[in-house]
Design a protein around this ligand. Sequence first.
Ligand SMILES: Cc1cc2nc3c(=O)[nH]c(=O)nc-3n(C[C@H](O)[C@H](O)[C@H](O)COP(=O)(O)OP(=O)(O)OC[C@H]3O[C@@H](n4cnc5c(N)ncnc54)[C@H](O)[C@@H]3O)c2cc1C
Length: 419
Amino acid sequence: MGKKRYVIIGNGAAAIRAAETLRALDESGCITMVSREQGPAYSRCMLPAFLAGEKNEDDLRIRAGDFYEKHGIKTLFGSRAVDVDAGRRCVVLEGGSRVDYDSLLIATGSSTAFPAIKGLEGPGLFGLRDLSDARKILDVAGRGRRAVILGAGLVGLEAAVALARRGMEVTVVEKMPHLLPRQLDPAAAEILRRDLDGVGLRMIMGTGVQEAAAPESSGAGAVWDLLLDNGEHLRAEMVIAATGIRPNVDPVLGTGMRINRGITVDGRMRTSIPEIYAAGDVAETRDVITGVRMLTPTWLHASLQGMIAAWNMAGRPRLYPEPVGIQNVVQLHRVPVLALGVSNPQDASCEVIAIHRPAENLYRKLVLKDGALVGAILAGDIRMAGILAALMRRKADVSGFKDLILSGDFHCGYLARTG
Ligand SMILES: Cc1cc2nc3c(=O)[nH]c(=O)nc-3n(C[C@H](O)[C@H](O)[C@H](O)COP(=O)(O)OP(=O)(O)OC[C@H]3O[C@@H](n4cnc5c(N)ncnc54)[C@H](O)[C@@H]3O)c2cc1C
């Protein structure tokens, strides 16, 4: 058999890790990376620091300039994949050219899901997913002084803090009653909100945007007028939508591949079509606690999934250790917060225990089901996160020492007792 042809669509966290793993496992295989963006791979996680003026574009790079050459990787950057012909085993690029593969990885990440709000379209409206978004935001930030951020999730809050650090007047509007609504509960969110008071953000919770008036031009560019559900008007030179993500499944829509929100993969990152794998924000894996398929849109998961996909693409079977719904540690100002697994249980049979010392910015909440830890929220002191994740993964019975865990004195020496 000749050299195996590996094609990777993407040049982000999952793709880069897959490419370097493939090269380590198969010295002679042909590796081609296709990316719609120009330029070398960079860290999306650092885009807020770039917005804040704390990092420049070179600082964002995640591999050395000669990475592709050194690994013998052919790059087709600035090329959008528009289709996959699974029968002929080729990727179709915009313009019609084709790239043949023996094994294909879809690592196309995700895009901003813009909210459907009457009138909300046009210049001065941005998402924050890639470097080109960040450059456009900075361009407007150089002229305007007011920004409205829609959504108080991780990306929204990071963008808000970054622009506030640049000296902009920033207002965050969130439909749900508290910050990081998917991860935190009201007690933890209140600790975070007070911490963010120190950054000078204005936060409007529990209200959405009803409609946006077409931007009128001023010396600083377009000025938005947003009418909120509570009747208030907000005027700003820029609006950043951080209301959710949409996995970039477009290139495989015509293949008949099994897709839920993202591409459904098995433990080896295989899609429902032979020799096509998926990894990163575009893929859906199974949560080890709930058994539910879900997106795991974090850098760590993307990178790990890219590596596991590569092992399997190279014919060396390896299983992905299913995640425990671990969310990112968030530290926007002084106080770190973290949520794990089922942090806001709807199931009445779950037991919830917590300590809450707002004056010390300390909150620790544990969620147990049938004696096993299934979720947690930590604010202020997150040192136990790794141990809690290990207990959750083991589905260990912790009922005998749950109070010790809650006190914060539990350490890994006790793990032996969990069997
Ligand atoms: C502002 C921001 C802050 C973040 N902060 C954190 C954080 O603190 N911690 C954390 O864990 N995660 C964070 N994340 C999430 C993290 O960056 C993503 O989970 C991770 O980048 C996903 O990696 P990926 O490889 O799946 O996709 P991406 O890194 O998004 O890469 C996708 C690649 O696919 C290419 N592509 C897409 N469609 C096509 C197509 N049709 N044809 C060709 N190429 C295509 C893109 O150009 C890109 O190269 C943050 C994300 C953002 C946007």
